[in-house]
Design a protein around this ligand. Structure first.
Ligand code: URA
Length: 239
């Protein structure tokens, strides 16, 4: 295995946050193969090097992968000064886990929660163009040119959003219910795209990440991803 930053290995083993682990290193309480390492950057091989913190050997943490059907009002970051409920708090897991990417507090649906930072980075990196499917409830009837623009992509501050697969599920004069599959995943992309077209999102749910779906997973509940799901995500992101 290639060498990794020492603080990353320590954090993955559940010692503390990466920042706190950097402090432990510079405090001089971390040893790699019996040698005290107190300067950054520092690197080690989590498979072969013996790493101790305050004399206690650390073990690489088992990797865990969950799929949560996130309810409204729950946030995807691990730290919130406002003290809102966090997605990681809904998962019964003793390890330091985090969301692979983000859903807005108001968005419901599929979010992967893991302690595998390499996979999480890949899942959120635009280069790998992982398709994500959303169901959007829009105020008003969306049709014609607006639907075409939605399919072709619109210009946002970061550039053009790219093509989207769009399916109108239901439509009345007062609201439209649309399924949208996008690949780029810019911050708040769906809401900003719909706003750019002059409409307002009434509700937003992510139903799929790649081919992994929250069908059969009630809101607020989660499941462990299967080995074949994990392999699929690694394959699709070239990990
Ligand atoms: N796009 C949004 O606007 N919000 C989300 O939560 C996800 C995608």
């Amino acid at each position: 295995m290639p060498k990794q930053r020492l603080q990353k290995i320590m954090a993955a083993a559940g010692v503390a946050s990466r920042r706190k682990c950097e402090e432990l290193i510079t405090d001089g309480v971390v040893r790699v193969n019996r040698k005290t390492i107190d300067e950054l950057p520092a690197f080690a091989d989590p498979e072969t090097d013996i790493i101790t913190v305050q004399g206690k050997k650390i073990r690489p943490a088992e990797k865990v992968y969950f799929l949560l059907n996130k309810p409204k009002g729950v946030i995807c970051t691990n730290f919130d000064p406002a003290g809102r409920k966090k997605a990681v708090d809904l998962i019964d897991c003793p390890r330091r886990i985090f969301c692979a990417g983000r859903l807005d507090a108001d968005t419901t649906g599929a979010i992967i929660i893991t302690n595998d930072s390499d996979l999480a980075n890949r899942l959120t990196h635009p280069r790998y163009e992982l398709p994500k499917t959303y169901e959007v409830k829009i105020r008003g009837r969306i049709e014609g040119e607006s639907l075409e623009k939605l399919k072709k992509g619109v210009w946002l501050a970061e550039g053009k959003t790219g093509r989207a697969a769009v399916k109108v599920i239901r439509r009345t004069a007062s609201e439209s219910f649309v399924q949208l599959t996008i690949r780029r995943g810019l911050n708040r992309q769906v809401r900003r795209t719909i706003a750019k077209l002059g409409y307002k999102v009434k509700a937003l749910k992510r139903t799929k990440i790649g081919n992994i779906t929250i069908k059969d997973l009630p809101l607020g509940t989660y499941k462990k991803l299967t080995k074949s799901h994990i392999n699929y995500l690694k394959k699709i992101t070239h990990l």
